[in-house]
Design a protein around this ligand. Sequence first.
Ligand code: IFM
Length: 449
Amino acid sequence: MNDDPTALREVPTAFPSDFLWGTATSAYQIEGAWNEDGRGESIWDRFSHTPGRVKGGDTGDVACDHYHRWREDIALMQAMGMRAYRFSIAWPRLFPQGDGALNTKGLDFYDRLVDGLLEAGIEPFVTLYHWDLPQALQEKGGWTNRETVHAFAFYAHAVAQRLGDRVRYWITHNEPWVIAFLGHHFGLHAPGIEDSGASLTVAHHLLLSHALAMEAIRSQAPHVQVGITLDFSWIEAATPDHREEARAMDAWRNRWFIDPLMGRGYPADGLRDFHRLGWLDAPALPCVEEGDMRLIALPIDFLGVNYYTRTLIGGEGERERTDIGWEVYPEGLYKLLNRLAFEYPIPAFYITENGASYNDAPGPDGEIRDTRRIAYLESHFAAAARALRCGVPLKGYFVWSLLDNFEWAEGYSQRFGLVWVDFATQERRLKASARWYRDFVRRWRASER
Ligand code: IFM
């Protein structure tokens, strides 16, 4: 038995040979260059520049300076043997005012990035919206305004027209739950609104815009795969008394988006329960126009699943947690994938995010021994392997994140990266987990399946 926590244990052979191992990032969290080459202001620029909104007054103005260092970052992925990379496009780089004239310099950046990835043998997965709405659209009501749905489809069309010949995988939205509720009900994310009625309208418009964007992408690139990424939590009741609350939480946290996408409409039990439990002060569904629900249910080619933790209703206690305070619960990934595959007719799944915040610093020798991250990943990879053995059509796995980066309202206080970033000098350094992941993929490539 090898006691070295950074050593490779058994490589699960369940992963097929075309499995896409990768890492994920998003534009605002890594790019920096917030006002270069004609980029417009986004709601996250405005939010982070507002005192008191982000821990430590941190902003994404520079972040990981990926806008200038993308070649170095591709080289890191190559060194790690990655097969795929999920990144997002900053809408305000392309349309500084949200719609209207295209800023070609913005699109050129992503064009070069895609070419660079393909040259390195890395499959690009493009996310169109990872939370950075052009501020100009926010001035007109943002996602509460139905016009934004059309602006998003217009933006999707422009990106697909340019990149659709090379990008084979497209994700419309990342985590609409977070956008709708953290951004418009709790006010913890941009645009910092606290209005439950608005949050339900936003949720509906996000789903509708997903459908119209999917149509726009398919019109430009008929052979690509298009999906959406939802964030899920494994919800459990700690005691029988908490079962009802757990069911309501599941309706809100897990089913609010997937049910309408699968043609089931909004969870009927949800709104009544949210109201009763005092979670949402919105007595009615948002304005749903005729034909909306049919559009929202247009078939997706794949579902992106973001999974980090369990939500145990009615039970705190001593449980292992990452540095951001989220419980380590790999079993939840296994159960979640099985449940999704069992309940919904989804042809393919990708884990588009899974990872952990551990703030290990370099030791005296400069090494970052993030052994807890290795253990976290190992256990979650094993959970995914079990799901595969049960027949879940899982096609790929993206670790969040390639780099330590701007963790939204937490600023730079939480490090999710496989690669350590010194934000003062922009030096990058592979953590032990990055080498572990590299070895894992190497061993998997070499193993006979
Ligand atoms: O950093 C975020 C990411 O942008 C969306 N999913 C969760 C991650 C960790 O909080």
